[in-house]
Design a protein around this ligand. Structure first.
Ligand code: ZN
Length: 397
């Protein structure tokens, strides 16, 4: 068994300041068998047991990040086959503090398939993190594992919803409103049957229709607003205004991390300030990386001008930027990276918070908010910016 693994050895983390996201002050944490066994102001070293005690005085501990939107099998492909993004490797996520990830396909469901995504999700679990997935892709009708979105969600354990289904985007298959609502209904029933969120993760493009289908769904059908989760909502001021309206109507939104001050659209710091000034609950907001997705630039006639790839590290940079540079209290923004997305993914209780019985997914930062340690399921995955556990085919240097 590897040192520090969650498989039996106990880990005692001593003297760290814990944000859950609530500030619990300085505590000791005992990790056992992949879970948090105790959180106390002082925990004596259990005698007669194999315990690794780690002094974390002066350090800060938080729950591991939950990223709802990663193109695990690689996204892209919008510029021909040479622009297909490679698969996401384990340590690129763990080094960014991501201990739970939800995989999605993207524009390309011709050379990428839900089966491959499922295999990748299961592989990442073997490698040490928690992984889930959405069935479908940008397109309608959706690609599925079993021939039905409803069955995929109900019967295939890692599948928690469908998406990212593209709306108001030239890469969308331009579903009719009826197509979209039928998809949401399928996801809802699949979720009910399987005891899962049955989320419809909606990729919002920059088209003028914006979230019109979502508001029409609320007005004309019985499908609850909690069924849909639009993402990329800070793409433009107009789209974000609609996003605020959706939160006002009781819905949730997902912001794509930029990791730096945005030049176009709405910066996440501005987005959070807008939510707060309107007294809208930040609990309904999550931030995801969109890692592995391509960032294509098209000209006004739809011709590809160039593309780059979104990195998992933007999630960590975004968190640190909001806390260190934009001055948001940790207790206000941490939930956007942890508790809120865990709730959307149906993992409230086990992920995104730290308490006795929660999974031992923990990040340890120094007082400059540099990420020093990453634990997933009680196992040390990364230390001081270097992977301790690498993916199967990652170079160990
Ligand atoms: Zn997208």
């Amino acid at each position: 068994m590897r040192a520090g693994s969650g498989g039996g050895r106990l880990t005692l983390l001593r003297g760290c300041r814990l944000f859950t996201p609530k500030d619990l002050g300085t505590v000791d944490l005992l990790l056992c068998c992949g879970s948090v066994a105790a959180v106390e102001s002082r925990i004596p070293v259990p005698s007669g047991l194999d315990v690794e005690a780690v002094d974390l005085s002066g350090m800060i501990a938080t729950p591991g990040f939950v990223d709802l939107h990663v193109h695990l099998t690689g996204g892209g492909g919008e510029g021909g086959f040479s622009t297909r993004v490679p698969e996401m490797q384990l340590s690129r996520m763990t080094l960014a503090g991501i201990t739970t990830v939800v995989g999605v396909l993207g524009t390309d469901d011709v050379s990428r398939h839900p089966e491959t995504l499922l295999a990748k999700v299961l592989g990442l679990r073997d490698e040490g993190i928690t992984a889930l997935m959405m069935t479908g892709s940008y397109q309608f009708p959706p690609v599925t594992l079993t021939g039905s979105v409803r069955k995929d969600i109900a019967l295939i354990e890692p599948v928690i919803g469908v998406g990212e289904v593209a709306l108001s985007d030239h890469r969308s298959s331009q579903p009719t409103f009826e197509d979209f609502v039928r998809l949401a209904a399928e996801a809802r029933v699949g979720g009910l049957l399987g005891g899962k969120p049955g989320l419809v993760n909606v990729h919002m493009g920059g088209g003028p229709a914006g979230m019109d289908y979502l508001f029409r769904m609320l007005k004309e059908t019985e499908i609850p607003v909690s069924q849909v989760l639009p993402t990329h909502v800070t793409r433009s001021a107009e789209l974000f205004e609609q996003a605020l309206g959706l939160v006002e109507a009781g819905g949730s939104i997902d912001i794509t991390a930029s990791g730096q001050r945005r030049s176009g659209g709405v910066d996440s710091s501005r987005a959070l300030s807008d939510l707060m000034s309107r007294d809208l609950p930040l609990e309904r907001v999550s931030i995801s990386s969109d890692a592995g997705g391509s960032l294509p630039v098209f000209d006004s006639s739809g011709v590809l001008q160039g593309l780059s790839v979104a990195e998992p590290g933007t999630l960590l940079s975004e968190f640190r930027r909001l806390v260190r540079e934009e001055g948001f209290p940790v207790t206000e923004v941490l939930g956007l990276f942890t508790e809120n997305p865990a709730g959307r993914a149906g993992l409230a209780g086990s992920k995104g918070r730290i308490h006795p019985g929660s999974h031992a997914d923990l990040l340890v930062f120094d007082d400059e908010w540099e990420l020093r340690r990453v634990y997933a399921g009680g196992r040390l995955m990364a230390l001081d910016g270097t992977p301790v556990v690498s993916g199967t085919f990652e170079s160990t240097g």
